[in-house]
Design a protein around this ligand. Structure first.
Ligand SMILES: C/C=C/C(=O)SCCNC(=O)CCNC(=O)[C@H](O)C(C)(C)COP(=O)(O)OP(=O)(O)OC[C@H]1O[C@@H](n2cnc3c(N)ncnc32)[C@H](O)[C@@H]1OP(=O)(O)O
Length: 258
């Protein structure tokens, strides 16, 4: 079985490469590989951040492999929708921080995987779109929800209903990516940011991510109460003691992720 999802781990950072030439498209198999990989990284207590990048210079990912939908087979559609949902939800629930290094076209499910990440860095030549309606489909991998949450209804409608493809500069302007970098620099910049994550307490980062992601659709009072609850829970971790004491002792903390 070929592996369309490759990864390396170094210095607490996993680099995941989508490698399915020519356009790093998604198949049921590659989506399942991503799910399994992120689940296993979640178990690795010393992986604090992951970076996702596309193999080659042209494509981050062009989304679902359209060959799979040519016959109109509903069973295939069901399997793909399920695999997309599982993979990208698993990614969005990764315990550490996920960064998409958008090094080329990010189209359809290729943009949706970036939307499932916490942070997006795009190279200047990257192009982003959710063009599913152009081919009689719709974004079923979180696009309608995650893009709207990130950029608001107006731009989400321009991109999804009008099929507008935008460049990296416009993506930054509307808040779809947080940083634009030179061609060839996305992976390095993403790794630099991931290193900053790795300097922070992984227990704190995980709790903060939970707060930001899970209280968004609750009331403000619920969110504030949850903040206090998870703040108190940190005092059951070694990392809380280590962080404060390392500061007071003027040394670098050694995190345990527990
Ligand atoms: C829930 C999720 C649903 C989805 O994700 S639906 C899919 C959404 N994605 C798309 O609709 C993007 C489709 N691709 C394109 O529109 C174009 O590509 C680009 C604009 C991104 C780039 O255009 P250009 O520079 O002309 O390259 P090229 O010749 O079209 O692509 C190179 C090779 O890659 C194949 N390819 C590209 N995207 C897909 C795809 N999504 N599924 C299957 N193959 C794809 C092409 O066919 C071609 O292949 P060959 O060299 O053999 O002719």
């Amino acid at each position: 079985m070929t592996n369309a999802i490759e990864h390396t781990v170094s210095d607490h950072i996993a680099v995941i490469t989508m490698n399915n030439p020519p356009a790093n498209t998604w198949t049921e198999q590659s989506l399942m590989q991503l799910t399994q990989l992120v689940l296993s990284l979640n178990e690795e207590r010393d992986v604090y951040a992951l970076v996702l990048v596309g193999q080659g210079e042209k494509f981050f990912s062009a989304g679902a492999d359209l060959n799979l939908f040519a016959s109109g087979d509903k069973a295939v559609a069901f399997k793909m929708a399920k695999a997309f949902g599982e993979a990208f939800e698993t990614l969005s629930q990764f315990r550490g921080v996920s960064i998409a290094a958008i090094n080329g076209y990010a189209m359809g499910g290729g943009l949706e995987v970036a939307l499932a990440c916490d942070i997006r860095i795009a190279e200047t030549q990257a192009k982003l779109a959710l063009p599913e309606a152009k081919v009689g489909l719709l974004p079923c991998a979180g696009g309608t929800q995650n893009l709207t949450a990130l950029v608001g209804e107006g731009w989400a409608k321009r991109m999804i209903l009008c099929g507008e493809q935008i460049d990296a500069q416009m993506a930054e302007k509307i808040g779809l990516v947080e940083q634009v970098v030179a061609k060839g620099d996305a992976l390095n910049q993403a790794i630099e940011l991931a290193k900053q994550v790795a300097n922070q307490s992984p227990s704190s980062v995980a709790a903060c991510k939970t707060l930001i992601q899970t209280t968004r659709f609750q009331t403000r009072d619920y969110g504030l109460a949850k903040e206090r609850e998870l703040f108190m829970a940190l005092f059951d971790t070694d990392d809380q003691q280590e962080g404060v004491n390392a500061f007071l002792e003027k040394r670098t903390p050694e995190w345990k992720n527990q």
